[in-house]
Design a protein around this ligand. Sequence first.
Ligand code: NAD
Length: 509
Amino acid sequence: MADDILKAFGISAQQSGVSTGKHWLEAGGADIVSVSPVDNKTIATVKSADRSNYDAVIAVAQEAFKEWRQWPAPRRGEIVRQIGEALRAHKEQLGRLVSYEMGKSLQEGYGEVQEMIDICDFAVGLSRQLYGLSMHSERPGHRMYEQWHPLGITAIISAFNFPVAVWSWNSMLAWVCGNVCVWKPSEKTPVTALACQRIVETVFAANNVPEGVCCLVTGGRETGEWMSNDHRVPLVSATGSTRMGKSVGAAVGARLGRSLLELGGNNAIIVSKDADLDMTLIGAVFGAVGTAGQRCTSTRRLIIHESVYDAFTAKLVKAYAQLRIGNPLDEKNHVGPLIDKDAVNAYLSTISQVKEQGGTFLVEGGVLEGAGYESGCYVKPCIAAVENTYAIVQHETFAPILYVMKYQTLTEAIAMQNDVPQGLSSAIMTLNLREAEQFLSAAGSDCGIANVNIGTSGAEIGGAFGGEKETGGGRESGSDAWKAYMRRQTNTINYSDKLPLAQGIKFDL
Ligand code: NAD
């Protein structure tokens, strides 16, 4: 299947992974071999960027910015509209490629491309709404207002689990804001990035967009470090683990640049005694096993009221027995593989640590073997009864391991939900208005996302997306997240024939 898709995007089996948006450079870095976790087959070998490739790309991007920033924002929006159209035309193929290279279900692969289309639509509207405020000056004959200008190069470092959507959340907004983008995709999913680059290149060529507005530099951690330490890059938007974010944040902070960090989560659903348990079951199971537990918003913890604990965990165990694990391109299956063997080892190590720390398994885990599971990346979703205070529970393991725990009062449940280092997504399932409002209040959830009667997983692009504490504090996508991609300028214009000073200061010559 890979060959057909590669052909559709004009990608060869041995391909440069460095592009300025118009030219593919001869890449001098290491080979990245993309292997599908679905069937262990090699999809393509991508040549990554060396330092001189990287510097060449940044130089082209700097030149492009000088022109692109002067295009009217609605005209930039028109280009993004056309990218949305191109993505609609390629939704099937790109969705399949995402599913095959990353291992998520085909439905989720299509969903990821739909999210890209949605953010294009959002960005088109935004291109006419980059509003600044106007203020009343304290001085006569003066006008004061603020405007938003583009920043320059936006470096985008993305994770494997949303290999293309995260890039689009950043790049579509950055482009309408007048920035140019340099993307370093995850080294685990370079081929989907090549496909996106091809799609955008075609649209840009048809519109004479300057070379350097959409750049791609494939590579690993070191390439990300070049970006973090590069004073030519005013904004680094990085999505990935908290470990990575601490390193990027420190490097960008040391040069007083801007970083937008979207890092790990440890998301919980509080299951109240007043919850609709049937509805809760769907949210909890999809949240825990969807994308094989490899979403930043995956449900990791269920904090269940003691009076419904036995009934609800019995439902969960029954539901897990019905899960079909297998090739994610087969729509009958609920759960696909983990991304690679390292992820399988992390899953197994977490299971051992849960046991060592006193947890008991309601549904046992394990690695699947035999026909259809030859890649060695398919694992069983499992459920463990634990205490929130276990060190392993405080840590995000990117795998389908669900922790269950009991509570007595809502205050106690909220404290447990908040008592982890991460602060991305949270939810309460309750039909009780008082409980819902307490959960959403200033004394409630401390996460960037707090839902009522919806699980933790699967956000809409219209809201600002991101989280607090070790999740990094950044916001992407909807609402006014665009402001992170621009610089604010306050302008005061004197149209009088006097020069009064602010605060009434007298200065006569
Ligand atoms: P990762 O941190 O291993 O890698 C992410 C990206 O960072 C890759 O492109 C990698 O090459 C790069 N990188 C790694 N170390 C770096 C460094 N020191 N400097 C610069 N770049 C560096 O993460 P992953 O395994 O690809 O993704 C899983 C993680 O991403 C999970 O923790 C998940 O929660 C998180 N995630 C968060 C969000 C969010 O929006 N909050 C979304 C998706 C994924």
